[in-house]
Write a protein that binds this ligand. Structure first.
Ligand SMILES: C[S@@+](CC[C@H](N)C(=O)[O-])C[C@H]1O[C@@H](n2cnc3c(N)ncnc32)[C@H](O)[C@@H]1O
Length: 366
């Protein structure tokens, strides 16, 4: 096995009861699950009858990618069918074991955990029919040819795939479950060995196609069901196959339109959210501005109050009955100093002076 497990396999390995619950829910809304089961019951009932007639023994069937055992349960209860299941997900198999082994302990031996990209633990031609339902869609493009070859190795007479419509090459259709791919199943089967591939795009829902591969046919051919009739000539096959691709393209377009609609809706929601956020930011800015103004006014008031308090204090100081004589003496002393100091220092001005000074005389008076 490759060293690093790919996300598409890991995703299923981590699935268990969550997928079981999801599928129970889907059954109510998507009819294709019941349609698949009804088709498979009819198909295996016919095949089991033929096998008993021709070989006198039950039909040995392997479901590759059996998940939680949705198909194992009813196939095991059908007359003339000996069913086996394998899957690469321990989580899905543990659900299958819980659901099935209590009632059908004999299935214990028949349910196997396998590696997603290694040789299957079965002999060549071990089963009459090997089938898959919605499994190869989850196999990466680089592994799908190897898986188809392995199915071919262990299938004695037929391979039945209930998968998506074929496409001209493997390509990623959806990134759910770590990746869902379309593959060119008829080509992959014909590469694995001579066979007749019958492609039935009519019997199930438009997004499900049945590939019924006759491995022991010995011929390399392709038959395509269209409008309930098998296409006979190569041209009819071509036309029918194109029709399946057309159906598939419509399906893709539908999905794309749904996605666009969803994206448009998300983008509308985001636009509204952005608008709302911007509005709130604007309000916040307005609030900030008015808050700043209020703060400024408060600060001014505080400054004014402080100034008034200082003024009041100096007034109180100057008029205090004890301090007033001291203040008056100091004031007088200052006035005295002011009057006599310039004269004592010889700095007295002769051309003028303080008229309040009693010693002062105009020069003409002398
Ligand atoms: C959508 S579920 C289908 C289960 C079941 N066939 C059904 O119809 O209910 C896909 C299953 O395929 C399994 N699977 C995917 N790739 C596989 C691989 N390479 N080898 C074995 N099982 C694989 C997954 O583990 C998962 O259980």
């Amino acid at each position: 096995m490759s060293t690093e497990l790919k996300e598409n396999y890991r995703s299923w390995q981590n699935s268990s009861w969550n997928w079981y619950a999801e599928l129970q829910f889907r059954r109510y809304t998507i009819p294709s699950y019941d349609a698949q089961e009804a088709f498979l019951k009819g198909y295996f009932s016919d095949a089991a009858g033929r096998c008993l007639e021709e070989n006198g023994r039950p039909l040995r069937v392997l479901e590759f990618g059996c998940g939680f055992g949705r198909h194992l349960k009813y196939l095991h209860q059908m007359d003339g069918v000996e069913v086996y299941g394998c899957d690469q997900s321990p989580g899905m198999l543990s659900v299958a074991r819980t659901l099935l082994l209590g009632r059908f302990p004999e299935l214990e031996e028949r349910i196997e955990l396998v590696e997603p990209d290694q040789r299957l633990p079965y002999e060549d031609d071990a089963f009459d029919i090997v089938f898959t339902v919605s499994v190869l869609i989850h196999v990466s493009p680089e592994d799908v040819a190897g898986r188809v070859k392995e199915l071919r190795r262990v299938a004695r007479s037929r391979i039945l795939n209930v998968e998506l419509p074929p496409f001209t090459h493997s390509y990623l259709w959806d990134d759910a479950h770590g990746g869902c791919w379309l593959h060119d199943f008829p080509r992959l089967h014909r590469q694995a060995g001579p066979c007749i591939v019958e492609v039935d795009g009519d019997s199930l829902a438009p997004n499900a196609v049945i590939y019924d591969v006759a491995c022991d046919g010995g011929r390399d051919g392709l038959r395509v069901l269209q409008g309930g009739k098998w296409a006979e000539s190569p041209e009819q096959v071509q036309e029918a196959r194109l029709n399946i691709l057309l159906e598939y393209s419509k399906l893709c377009r539908g999905r794309a339109q749904q996605n666009f609609a969803r994206e448009a809706e998300t983008s509308r929601e985001l636009r509204d959210e952005i608008r709302e956020l911007k509005r709130r930011m604007r309000t916040l800015r307005v609030d900030n501005r008015s808050l700043n103004e209020r703060v400024k006014k408060r600060e001014q008031t505080i400054r004014r109050l402080r100034a008034t308090r200082a003024l009041k204090f100096s007034y109180w100081l100057a008029n205090h009955p004890l301090l007033r004589p001291v203040a008056k003496t100091a004031f007088d002393a200052l006035v005295g100093i002011r009057r006599f100091l310039p004269r004592a220092l010889g700095l007295e001005r002769r051309d003028g002076g303080d008229p309040r000074d009693s010693d002062h005389k105009a020069p003409d008076d002398e």
